[in-house]
Structure formats: C-alpha cells, structure tokens
Design a binder for this molecule. Structure first.
Ligand SMILES: Cc1cc2nc3c(=O)[nH]c(=O)nc-3n(C[C@H](O)[C@H](O)[C@H](O)COP(=O)(O)O)c2cc1C
Length: 455
C-alpha cells in the first residue's frame, strides 16, 4: 500500500506474525530523501544505509539528503530529480538504496518473508527498485496496475548476476525505449536470491496471458476485486458511470476462483476479505489465502500520518466515512478509491484551492514527441502544460496529484509558500469489519488484524 502506508514498520509487524508483510516501493526514494531531511528520527534509515553494499553511494546519499536535527519547521523539502528513462547515477542510486533500506528494515530481527509491491504503470524506477530490493533479499515481488510481463525475466537476470533491461511503454512510440541496469556498474558481481513473482490481476484471462507469455516464471497471482483499496482494474468493456460518476462493475467483473484453480498456480484473493471467515472461504474455493489492505492501513503500524489516521478512525467510528470509486482522480486512468475525509483533496474546496504543480512526476505518462524524442506529461499537471505536450484538456478534469497528496498522507508533505500539501486517503469499500475490529479502542495493531483473520 503506497505511498508508505505499508512501509517497513507495517511489513515487519506482519512478517513477524508469520504472514507475508509487503513494503510499498512507490515513491520510496522520495520518502527516503524526505525522512533524511527530517533528521531520520530513530536513525532507522541511517542504520539501513550502514548495511547497504554500495558503500560510496550510501555516503553520497547521506551527505546530500541527511540534515542533522531535521530541516527547519515550515520550510520546504529539497526536491529530488524525477526518475526518467535516462536517470543520472545519483538518481538510480537513490532508488536502489531506498528499496534496499525498506526491505532491509522490514526483515530486521526475524526470519519471516517480506515482499515488495510495485506498479507496472510506474516504469522508469522499476529496474533499480527490483535490484535494490534483491540486494536486501526480498522474498516476493507483487505487481499490479498493468500487465507486468517483463518482470520475471528481470528477476532472473539479476538473480544470475547479469544486467537486465526494461522496454518502456511509450504512448505513440514508434522506436523502442529501453532502460538497462548492470549490477556490475554498481560493483555487484555475484548471484542474488530470486524472489517469487506474484502479479496482481482481476481476471483469469489476464492471469493466463501472464502465465504463458511473461518473460520468465510467474509463481502465482493476487486476484483482486473492485472493492479493494487503492487502484482498481477498470470494468470489463466500455466503462459506464453511475449518477455519482463511479464506474459500474457487473457480472463479467466477478472473480471466478474455479478458473484460477484450473490455471494450476497458487492464488490469493484480495478485496473485502477482512471478515473472520474470509480466509476459510477463500481456501475452500481453492485459494492459498487472502491479501488484506484496508484493515492494515488503519492499524497502529501503518505509515499514515498519525494525526490523519486518528481523523480517519474518528470518522469511521461515527459512521461518517464514505468511500467513492473515482474514475477521474488517478492520472493513470484507472479507477481509484477515494475516502471522503474532511480537509483532504477529496473535498472540492481543497481540490479547487490547490495550484496545479507537477514536481514529483511518479505517475507521468511517457510519450513520443513529434520529433521522435521522448517526453513526459501528467493529466494532473497545469492544464496548459499538458495540452502543450499534446494532451487532451478533458483528461485533466478532476485529476488529483496523487504523488504530492499521498506523500502528504505518509507524513512527508511538501511545503509551498508556508502551506503543506493536502493529504489524500485511499481505502477499500468494506469498512464494516474494521469498525468491529476497532470496537471501543482508539487503535488496534497488525497482530490484532491477523488474529481476527485467522479466527
Ligand atoms: C491505503 C491503500 C493503498 C494501496 N496501495 C496499493 C499499491 O500501491 N499497490 C497495490 O498493488 N495495491 C495497493 N492497494 C491494494 C492492496 O494492496 C490490497 O490488495 C487491497 O487493499 C485489498 O483489499 P481491501 O482493501 O478490501 O483489504 C492499496 C490499498 C490501500 C487500502
């Protein structure tokens, strides 16, 4: 769960309980830089960097990003360069180090499994993210938001100590744009542990395509339905919207566990599976288990900013927390679950008041310019800029800057003219169970969730 909602603390708590804790790799380079700029409270990232095998890179990162005692309150974070198809060595090192650090910290002090979640839609950092996570011995890579066909091959290459390549999706592209990362360029020459690869899919047809046509071994699937938090797969066929502007899902979007059983690979069901009987139900229809997000997103160890988490829990408790599936919010074009929390960009007045700015660029679309070179655009950037890059102004309507808003929710908001960027909260539709889990308490832990799920 990005950005940093499933950070290393939550992943570690879940893994310590004997389940698969997953670290979100999304924008984790930004989180590392900003945490160091805040003085690295607790010294966790400095401890991880002390174990980072790329020693000179670790020194460079600390020199550049760490601020003893933290940046002055109310001052902006120093921005880091956006990750593009030709990242500088420094940028590549930061992505490698950030993914290494998060997995390293999540694995500290126990021998449970830890996974890394990435999004297929966010391609330029992928090679560096996988390499960094594999340096820390990541056990599983989980990847959704697209068709991650090339990932297994990359894992195989890095595992063999060889360079890996990634051919990027370029809108209107006629010439291939390929990134390459050679471990030897970073002084790493030996083999690495090859993690399992579990794509996140919403249909068995996509799963079959991946099982047959991926560049290497697929080890199983996370099968996610449309009630899940975060991004959702669009409905099959042409997207119809209801009167509130939400995508309408129908019979064809229902998960068919039997079809997955026939594929013969292990699978885990996700989306609204936090009920006490969900695990047993899933196993009864052939699944290996379940993946749960929302219940963990609100537990003590999750990476939501603590004040924001308390506000969400308060509105959950008084039954005023509403979740909408927005067809417009995400620049990826995928439906995205938006919790209607006061003071966040989900509130129309807050959304209108925000000046559009694109300075993180995690979700930018890569496109081919008329001169054949490669450009970047995002439907959440200033509309004139987007249109000047060949984008359609209509695509900008209702788009949120997930990069800035989700970093704000993770407690590292950029500050502009003395004001912090507003937060955004994504959660799944199924909140009733979490209300029950909370009971009269102010908070619950990851262990409480696991105990509840195991019945
Ligand atoms: C706050 C939050 C952030 C999420 N972010 C991601 C993400 O970055 N990548 C991803 O593959 N899934 C993401 N998800 C989906 C979860 O990984 C999980 O599959 C889903 O939450 C399961 O459904 P549930 O929310 O009903 O438990 C997110 C979910 C939540 C609640």
């Amino acid at each position: 769960m990005g950005v940093s909602v499933s950070g290393w603390r939550l992943a570690r708590a879940v893994s310590t309980c004997g389940q698969l804790g997953v670290v979100s790799g999304t924008a984790i380079d930004v989180v590392l830089s900003r945490t160091l700029q805040l003085g690295d409270p607790g010294g966790h990232f400095r401890r991880a960097l002390a174990a980072f095998p790329l020693r000179e890179a670790a020194e460079r990162i600390l020199r550049k990003h760490f601020i003893e005692g933290g940046k002055p309150a109310g001052s902006p974070f120093r921005p880091i360069p956006m990750v593009g198809h030709q990242p500088s060595r420094e940028t590549e090192e930061l992505v490698i180090a950030a993914n290494f650090s998060a997995i390293h910290l999540a694995k500290e002090g126990h021998d449970g499994w830890v996974g890394l979640n990435l999004l297929e839609k966010i391609q330029p950092p992928t090679l560096a993210a996988l390499f960094g996570a594999m340096l820390a011995g990541v056990d599983v890579v989980l990847m959704g938001a697209g068709i991650p066909r090339q990932i297994p091959g990359m894992l195989d290459r890095f595992a063999a100590g060889e360079p890996a390549e990634h051919r990027l999706d370029v809108t209107g592209g006629t010439a291939p744009v390929t990134m390459r990362l050679d471990p030897a360029d970073h002084g790493i020459t030996g083999p690495l542990h090859r993690p399992m690869f579990l794509p996140v899919v919403s249909s068995h047809v996509l799963a079959l395509t991946l099982a047959r046509k991926a560049s290497g071994r697929v080890d199983g699937f996370i099968v996610e339905g449309p009630v899940a938090g975060g991004h959702n797969a669009p409905p099959r066929g042409t997207m119809q919207l209801n009167e509130s502007g939400e995508p309408v899902y129908g019979e064809r979007d229902k998960i068919d566990p039997e079809a997955f059983v026939k594929l013969g690979l292990p699978f885990w069901l996700a989306g609204g599976r936090a009920h006490a009987g969900s695990l047993a139900d899933a196993m009864a229809c052939g699944a290996r288990g379940i993946q749960v997000g929302t219940a963990f997103a609100l537990c003590r160890e999750s990476g939501f900013d603590p004040a924001l988490k308390s506000r969400i829990i308060e509105s959950l408790r008084n039954d005023s927390l509403e979740i909408r599936t927005s067809a417009a919010a995400s620049p990826t074009g995928f439906p995205f679950k938006v919790a209607q929390v006061a003071g966040t960009v989900a509130e129309p007045a807050v959304y209108q008041a925000r000046r559009r700015v694109c300075d993180m660029g995690v979700l930018r679309e890569i496109y081919q310019k008329s001169d054949g070179s490669v450009g970047y655009r995002c439907a959440s950037e200033p509309v004139d800029d987007y249109v000047a890059k060949g984008g359609d102004a209509a695509d900008c309507e209702g788009r949120l800057c997930l990069c800035n808003a989700l970093c704000a929710s993770a407690g590292v908001p950029q500050v502009r003219n003395g004001e912090e960027e507003a937060c955004l909260v994504t959660l799944g539709d199924d909140l009733a169970e979490i209300r029950g889990l909370l009971g009269d308490r102010d908070e619950y832990t990851a262990e409480d969730v696991i105990r509840h799920l195991r019945g």
